[in-house]
Structure formats: C-alpha cells, structure tokens
Design a protein around this ligand. Structure first.
Ligand code: HEC
Ligand code: HEC
Length: 463
C-alpha cells in the first residue's frame, strides 16, 4: 500500500494550475498600525502530555484504515520511538482509534509544522518544502475506489473513514496551488467548514457557502512564537481561546462537536507544549561586535513593530495595514471578506466555552523575529529567499529556485541559497508574478547603507 503512504503524505505536505477566480480586493484599511489586545488563555497544561497527544492523539477523528495504509518506517521514526500502534510510522502521521474502535491513520500537525534545517529536524519550524500542485481530486477518486474494493459498504472501516473521505473530497479542488513550497492550510479549513453544520460540526452535502477558485496559500510560521502572540495567524484573524484555534486541523476529520469537545479538552496540554518551544540558536559563528552595531540600528528602525530581544524581551503585537507594509495584499484582502469568518463566528468554536473567534485585519502582523535565521523564505507568502534581499528590495529575485534538499543554507545573505532564474524554468522556481505571491513591500531596510544592513543582519542572527 505504498501508494497510500504517498497519498496521505501528499495530503498534508504536498499540489494543477489554477488561475482566474480571484476574490475581490479589500477596501482601504482605515488604520495604519493597530495593537492587538490580549485574551485570557487556559493555563496549567502539561507540556509532555501535550506533545504526546500531538504525536499519538485522535484529534483528526477519522482517517484511512491502518490495515489499508500499512506501515512504513522511516529513519526519522527513531527520533521519537513511539509506542504501540504508532511504532514504525513516519512521525508526520498518527495512528489512532476511532469512536467505533477502528485503527486509522491521518497526518498530524508536524506534516506542516516541522522541517529540517542544517541537517537537523526542528519541530515547530514551518515546512516550506511542500508541493500542493498535486491533483487531489484524482487522488480522492483513487482512495475511494480502493476503499470500495477492500471493504464492504457496511464494514466498520467505512464508518471510520467516511468523515475524512467526505472532507477530503471537499478540499481537493480548493487546496491545489500554482506555486511550489506554499501551504493552503487556511483554504483547507475553509473548504471543510463549507461542508460542516456550524453548530454541531456534522457533515452537510450541500455547501454552506462558496469559495473563490483561485487558491491563495502562504508560508508556514514557526510555532515557537505562539507564546508571545495575542492573536494567531498572519492577519491576526485568530482571537480568543488558543486551544480552539489550534484545533482547526481537526475540521478535516472529526465527526461532530461531541468528539470535538473531547479532543479539544486535551489542547490545554498542547498549548502548554507550544509555550515551551524555543527558537533554535544560530549554528554558525557570529561577529558580536558587528552584531552590537546592528542592535542599535534595529532599535532605531525595527523595534517599534517587531519588539525588543535579550534579557527582558517585549513584543508589541502590532498589525500593520496593507497601505503601510505594502506587501502582497491578496491574502489579507481575502481574509477580511472570506465566508469562513461568518461561519466560524456562529459555530461551535465561537458559541461554546472556551470561546474563540475570527477577527481579520486588512494588514499583516509584524511577527516576533526569534529564530528568524531559520525561517526562510520570508514574508507571509514566502516570496523572498534571504534576509539580505528582504532588507534591500532592489535585489529581490523575480524568479528564484532553491535546491529541494534542505541543506543549502546561506550564512552570508542569511536564508536559502538560491539561483536567479529567467522565467519559470524549473519545477521548484518561485514565480513572484503570480497573484498573491509578489515580493513587493516591507521597504523598511532600503534606506540603510550596505554597512548598516550587514550589521543589522549580524544582529538578526542572534535572535
Ligand atoms: C496542512 C498544513 C498544516 C497543518 C496540518 C497544521 N497547520 Fe498550523 N498552520 C499552517 C499554516 C499554513 C499556517 C499559517 C496560516 C496563517 O497564519 O494565516 C498555520 C498556522 C498555525 C499557527 C499560528 C502561528 C502564528 O504565529 O500565528 C499555529 C499556532 C498552528 N498553525 C498550530 C497548528 C497545530 C497545533 C496543528 C495540529 C493540530 C496544525 N497547526 C496543523 C499549516 C498547517
Ligand atoms: C511599520 C512596522 C514595521 C517596521 C518598521 C519593520 N517591519 Fe518587519 N515586518 C512588518 C510586518 C507587518 C511584517 C509582515 C509582512 C508580511 O508578511 O507580508 C514584517 C516582516 C518582517 C520579516 C519577515 C518575517 C517572516 O517570518 O517572514 C523580517 C525578517 C522583518 N520584518 C524584519 C524587519 C527589520 C530588520 C526591520 C527594520 C529595518 C523591520 N522589519 C521594520 C512590519 C514592520
């Protein structure tokens, strides 16, 4: 059943050219910079229990029967040495028991939220090596046919698979991207919500709303910043209780709100684990004297949005309007008009305690810069491969390609080693001319001299 391992891997990691059908652009923001208030969070969770639940837990609710999926160990498994039913499964997958006691497999958070850098697997680092240009509808048909061949329609395996099958069918056409490396998780959640009853989360064949056909995807942010943030996501759309927000991946398979309630109660521990995550330290030498000069430049030019670092760090939680940051507007433009906002705010997520809700802004959050050396490519759409290019807009590549192996780190420009391409040459060429993927904006480093920029980059390595 190798095919299905590949299939399920694609489900969360990887994607036919989709064009046209862009959503409408947002109206002017009406603000320049706005501070996001903090909301009470649940405390007292156990980080170890949370990590164990993320790796082995049943929060996706349904999936592919383990007897169909099979098991294929990978060298990375030994990292976690998982017990029981998960022994020998690649760590991006979790096997768990469904409500009707069938063992199934599905992807977990680490398919998107772990990656290798400099030869090390870093949990919590965004995976920017996924390729969602895959033909998911064809994959769905293949998976369904195999289920039909293997199990009778009244077999308990069908019941254990059915919810996931339904949502996978719904998301198929909505998560294909036209760019490599970017991740359509927000569209995935929206396509699932399109087919869920907002109050009890059960499947509805008739969609609640429609979605534009152009799929806007993003980079994946690192999880070690959650502890500093008052809201989640690039547009600050995620407000209120984080446990419910973190739980959105479960929309892909959880059968109903009763099971959702049981699973989300475990997310207090998940949140506690996230709060223990630290950015990995820069692995190469740093010139501390130059970095100290950079610290002063950072204080003058960058701190008011990105905060201060070191002994007593501060983080202002500022969302910056599209007019001020001037980075690609499409993701935020869509976020403020997206039908999932209304769905979410009248759903189980928003109406039952602990409450979370969606409040998008026509702008982007200025993120904490902890571990920024490791989180290339930069900006919400991952359009800029290095910090040097980010801080000098005249140098940003229009078409760029990095090798697919995550070993090519550039300690000089700080980020991915890449090649400038003329046009869309290779399979892994990032094309900044596609809608939603432009590399414009964030011109805050342009006014600095080359020497100042070099010092600033040296300082950024220390964060
Ligand atoms: C299909 C890939 C995928 C899966 C699976 C996934 N995420 Fe994410 N996650 C993303 C992407 C992409 C974003 C960025 C979306 C945005 O910010 O608008 C994100 C954002 C987040 C954020 C917000 C970070 C910030 O700085 O605002 C958190 C926290 C998070 N995910 C946690 C989780 C947890 C916990 C799970 C598992 C229960 C999970 N994610 C599963 C792709 C994924
Ligand atoms: C007016 C507020 C503001 C100022 C000033 C500012 N930034 Fe930013 N910065 C932002 C916002 C907003 C984003 C997110 C933009 C996006 O993703 O489209 C960002 C993104 C970034 C990123 C990319 C983060 C990532 O994870 O992809 C880096 C690095 C960065 N800024 C560094 C700097 C440095 C260095 C300076 C000083 C020269 C600076 N910024 C000045 C608001 C600001």
């Amino acid at each position: 059943m190798k095919k299905y391992i590949v299939f399920a891997g694609l489900l969360f990691t990887y994607s036919c050219n989709v064009s046209g059908g862009l959503p409408e652009r947002a109206q002017p923001s009406g603000f320049r910079v706005k501070q996001i208030p903090s909301y009470p969070q649940q405390s007292g969770g156990d980080p170890e229990v949370g990590f164990d639940y993320l790796l082995n837990g049943d929060y996706i609710g349904s999936g592919i029967p383990l007897s169909l999926f099979g098991k294929k160990g990978s060298k990375r498994d030994s990292l976690y040495d998982r017990p029981g039913v998960n022994a020998g499964l690649p760590y991006q997958f979790s096997a768990f028991e469904t409500a009707n006691q069938i063992q199934v497999v599905n992807g977990n958070c680490f398919t998107c939220h772990s990656a290798e850098i400099n030869g090390q697997l870093v949990l919590g680092l965004g995976n920017s090596y996924s390729d969602f240009r895959v033909n998911f509808p064809a994959m769905y048909r293949g998976m369904n046919t195999t289920m039909r061949i293997r199990y009778k329609k009244d077999a308990p395996e069908w019941q254990a698979y059915e919810d996931f099958g339904n949502y996978f069918k719904a998301i198929g056409p909505r998560i294909q991207t036209n760019q490599p490396g970017v991740n359509p998780a927000a569209r995935l959640a929206e396509a699932c919500a399109m087919h869920r009853d907002p109050s009890d989360l059960t499947y509805r064949e008739t969609p609640n709303f429609d979605m534009p056909s152009y799929n806007i995807a993003t980079d994946v942010p690192p999880l070690w910043n959650v502890k500093k943030k008052n809201s989640l996501y690039y547009t600050a759309v995620g407000r209120g209780d984080f446990t419910k927000l973190l739980f959105q991946a479960a929309l892909l398979g959880i059968p109903d709100s009763t099971q959702a309630r049981a699973a989300v109660s475990r997310f207090k521990d998940v949140l506690a684990w996230l709060q223990t995550l630290e950015a990995p330290p820069y692995p190469f030498p740093i010139d501390q004297q130059i970095a100290a000069e950079g610290a002063a430049i950072f204080g003058e030019n960058c701190s008011k949005c990105h905060g201060t670092y070191g002994e007593n760090p501060t983080y202002p939680n500022k969302v910056v309007s599209l007019e001020v940051v001037r980075t690609d507007p499409w993701y935020a433009s869509y976020a403020v008009t997206a039908p999932i906002v209304e769905w979410y705010n009248k759903s189980w997520f928003a109406l039952s305690e602990p409450r979370s809700w969606f409040e998008p802004e026509a702008g982007y959050i200025a993120p904490p810069l902890d571990g920024i050396w490791a989180t290339a490519p930069y900006l919400h759409n991952g359009s800029i491969p290095t910090l040097e290019d980010l801080l000098n807009s005249s140098q940003r590549p229009e078409y760029w390609e990095r090798s697919k192996e995550p070993v090519d780190y550039d300690p000089v420009k700080v980020g991915w080693k890449y090649e400038n391409k003329k046009g869309k040459a290779g399979k892994w060429t990032y094309d900044t001319n596609l809608p939603a993927y432009s590399n414009e904006g964030h011109y805050f480093g342009d006014k600095l001299s080359p020497g100042e920029r070099k010092a600033l980059i040296e300082y950024l390595k220390t964060l």
